[in-house]
Design a protein around this ligand. Structure first.
Ligand code: GDG
Length: 501
């Protein structure tokens, strides 16, 4: 534990630990640095809980060697973790984004296994665990986020057995046949099992995790509970189940109702030459998102004369991501080559085929794009949830617009009234794109109404409150109230039958 950590009083009752802090460090033209709140859904969901419970947030500030003392930001106590340039390379770009990310997404790209990366992952996870241990009050609730920090629950429990620890995995948990490639597969499971509650996006992810536990550990599982037995033969019950994440649906609708944003949506369509149909893709430029598959389908429809650039334009926002990882550099080259070819072959002086943007945009602009788009294309090859699909639906207060959604996203478990596709089936995808373009207004409205009901009912506040309620029950049982753990059936909301049928 570093000296500065030891100086922080252990006083926070609710502590969130995530790789990135909920604030970004920005430096103005005169070189003065300040912190701005990053607009993610997680922050929106946890902000009220943070304020009410006297919360702290432990995470990395996003730049190398940023040794900064803890500070307050809008009522949240921020505890920055410093990462050196080589730790960013080995722990973050390496083990997190070039080993775990491809492995957990069906090995779409080959995972690289390097023992130095693993050592860095262990070391950095220990630093996060030490920092969380140092700021947590006696009996506090600590909620660890995502695949970069899977060892933190066990490390934290070893230092602070009094804490109630939750973990949420934002990405898929792979089937055993894939997971078993990982040289450190048992250590990762043991790391996660340090938590009281482990949350996944999909029922299938929780199932994959429980199967891996059965194969690799001696522990008994009775879905959704794993009975973890220690060397001293004491048993701890860990709950592992689905808690599908969502968005701040009201926030998106409010933006969409803003006349300025609606005006901007009209401008966007005009700028594209007012085509009859605007199709939209919004993704981080990542090989899991199936951007190439959607471009292929779109290009073939143009080549076959089944659509025309006068009538249909595809807008693709591909926001820059992980630009120092080789697989991402290669992907960018491939995508941009394909876009260039399609535009070269089919664009006219007045109409482009694909309007491609390698930028990040403010949220207002994203909502204007959602309003401008007749069809949203989500063609991910594997995606934990896919929030873009939910954001599109939440923004469409006019009950219009068609969502084409890959069945390999977590969102497809809930959003059954989307046009569900298999992105590998290019002919099927092309037919579905034509179906979306031709869909009568009545059908569009009926589908969108049903989608909106789901997203509005199951927003991010409900996600966090359900997770935290489950953690509370775990805590009660921790404190000797055994009946508190006999309630998991009440949590059936995550597998609402209406969504699984
Ligand atoms: C991971 C999992 C899971 C994108 N470009 C811009 C922008 N975005 C925003 C979107 C959306 C978010 O980024 C992307 O979320 P997704 O869920 O679509 O995908 P990942 O980034 O891969 O997220 C995923 C998620 O974690 C949550 O658990 O759903 O499966 O992979 O909110 O709007 N936002 C702005 N400008 C952009 O250019 N403002």
């Amino acid at each position: 534990m570093s000296d500065s950590m030891q100086l922080i009083p252990a006083e926070y009752d609710f502590v969130v630990v995530s790789n990135r802090l909920p604030v970004d460090r920005v430096t103005d033209s005169e070189g003065v640095a300040s912190w701005t709140r990053s607009p993610g859904g997680l922050v929106t969901a946890l902000e009220p809980v943070m304020r009410e419970a006297d919360g702290a947030w432990v995470g990395w500030g996003g730049q190398p060697d940023l040794e900064i003392e803890p500070f307050e930001n809008n009522g949240i106590h921020i505890v920055p973790i410093a990462l050196s340039a080589s730790e960013i390379e080995e722990f973050y770009e390496g083990f997190s984004n070039d080993t775990l990310w491809p492995l957990y997404h069906d090995v779409i790209s080959s995972p690289a296994y390097h023992r130095e990366w693993w050592e860095s992952y262990v070391k950095v996870n220990q630093r996060f665990a030490d920092a969380a241990a140092a700021v947590s009050a006696q009996g506090a609730v600590v909620w660890v986020q995502d695949y970069q920090l899977q060892l933190v629950p066990k490390m934290l429990r070893e230092i602070r057995p009094d804490l109630t620890i939750g973990f949420f995995d934002h990405i898929p948990f792979p089937p055993y046949g894939i997971y078993s490639q990982l040289p450190w597969r048992t250590q990762i499971l043991e790391g996660l099992l340090g938590a009281d509650v482990i949350g996944f996006q999909r029922v299938a992810d929780a199932g994959n995790f429980l199967r891996a536990v059965r194969r690799l550990t001696p522990f008994v599982t009775k879905n959704p509970v794993v009975e973890v037995t220690s060397d001293s033969q004491q048993t701890r019950r860990v709950i592992a189940r689905a808690f599908p994440i969502s968005i701040d649906a009201k926030g998106f609708e409010e933006l969409a109702r803003d006349p300025k944003i609606q005006e901007r949506a009209r401008e966007i369509r005009e700028g594209l030459g007012n085509p009859r149909t605007v199709m939209l893709g919004v993704d981080r430029l990542d090989y899991t998102k199936g951007i190439g598959h959607r471009l292929k389908a779109f290009g073939e429809l143009l080549a076959e004369g089944r659509i025309d650039v006068q009538d249909v334009t595809l807008v693709q926002v591909a926001s820059p991501s992980r630009e120092r990882v080789a697989a991402y550099m290669q992907l960018r080259d491939e995508i941009e080559l394909t876009v260039g070819r399609i535009n070269g072959d089919f664009a006219t002086m007045s109409h482009t085929a694909i309007s491609y943007h390698h930028h990040g945009y403010p949220r207002e602009e994203m909502v204007a794009l959602y309003l401008a788009a007749d069809v949203l294309l989500v063609t991910a090859l594997r995606d934990g949830m896919n929030l873009v699909a939910k954001e599109y639906v939440a923004s469409r207060f006019d009950d219009d617009g068609v969502l084409i959604l890959s069945e390999f996203t977590g969102a497809s478990d809930e959003l059954k009234k989307a046009l569900l596709i298999n992105p590998h089936d290019i002919d099927g995808l092309k037919d579905t794109m034509l179906q979306a373009i031709a869909m009568p207004k009545k059908e569009r409205q009926a589908r969108m109404r049903s989608l909106r009901k789901r997203v509005n009912e199951n927003d991010v506040a409900r996600w966090s409150s359900n997770f935290l309620k489950t953690l509370e029950q775990a805590r009660a049982s921790h404190n000797g109230d055994e009946t508190a753990m006999e309630l998991p059936d009440e949590l059936e909301w995550t597998v609402d039958r209406r969504w699984t049928n």
